[in-house]
Design a protein around this ligand. Structure first.
Ligand code: NAP
Length: 212
């Protein structure tokens, strides 16, 4: 599958490698696609990895992954334009967090996933992967078992596609929570995980479901 990744930070690169390793073709994009360090990284990823502008990655991908800071998402989507993303599957893994004394969700009575679906009414937004750290996003193996990966979105076929992509990077236990209004639950789960990590002074937590 052709995957366009918007953002070449830690998450964008980890996911690019995960999906390249499972046979997908990736176009990853940055505000500075000519950057030398990005080019060096791309050389290590092999011939199925390409660097591009945001617009080029959006045009290329059958699935588009939004992997930039929340503060940049609306502006970048405006720049790419709704038409270029029409009917495409959009993976949203952003977290709108404010760091004051303790971290808290920046959005009240809505969520990042819902807002992105509002901004892109003709695209098929699926929220997932936001509640684990980048080091856990690909091939999540824990001694205690397999973590769960939640997803939500309005379009069943889009969730099927994203479910397959999640499986390709090792998420064997996946739960579809329903439509995009469930995005807030996933964002709260991220905050629960983050605060747990801070209070325990341990990092790399992930949730798992125990079954009888
Ligand atoms: N890191 C994690 O463990 C983790 C886990 C779950 C979810 N997330 C979410 O994943 C997203 C990316 O996180 P990350 O850790 O990969 O961040 P990062 O390493 O800091 O990379 C951020 C990326 O966003 C781009 N960016 C930042 N502000 C921008 C703006 N105003 N306009 C356009 N591009 C902008 C940066 O562009 P340049 O390359 O041009 O600087 C960079 O490519 C965030 O929404 C975060 O909440 C992160």
């Amino acid at each position: 599958m052709k995957i366009g990744i918007i953002g070449a930070g830690s998450v964008g690169k980890v996911l690019a490698k995960g999906w390249l390793d499972s046979g997908h073709t990736v176009k990853i994009s940055s505000r500075d696609p000519m950057s030398e360090s990005l080019f060096t990284w791309k050389e290590q990823m092999g011939p199925d990895c390409h660097i591009a502008t945001f617009e080029e990655a959006a045009a290329f991908g059958e699935v588009i992954v939004l992997a930039i800071n929340w503060s940049g998402v609306e502006g970048v989507l405006k720049k790419i334009g709704q038409d270029a993303l029409q009917q495409k599957v959009i993976i949203d893994l952003s977290n709108a967090v404010e760091f004051s004394e303790t971290p808290q969700l920046a959005l009240k009575n809505t969520s990042a996933g819902e807002l992105i679906q509002q901004w892109l009414p003709n695209s098929r937004v699926v929220k997932t992967l936001n509640m684990v750290g980048s080091a856990t996003m690909v091939n999540p193996h824990y001694d205690q078992g397999i973590p769960v990966m939640y997803l939500c979105g309005n379009d069943a076929e889009a969730k099927e596609t994203v479910g397959q992509l999640l499986r390709d990077i090792g998420w064997e236990d996946r739960i579809d929570l329903g439509d995009i209004t469930r995005s807030g639950l996933l964002e709260s789960l991220m905050l629960t995980c983050l605060i747990s990590e801070i209070r325990q002074q341990e990092f790399g937590f992930a949730f798992a479901l125990l079954r009888k």
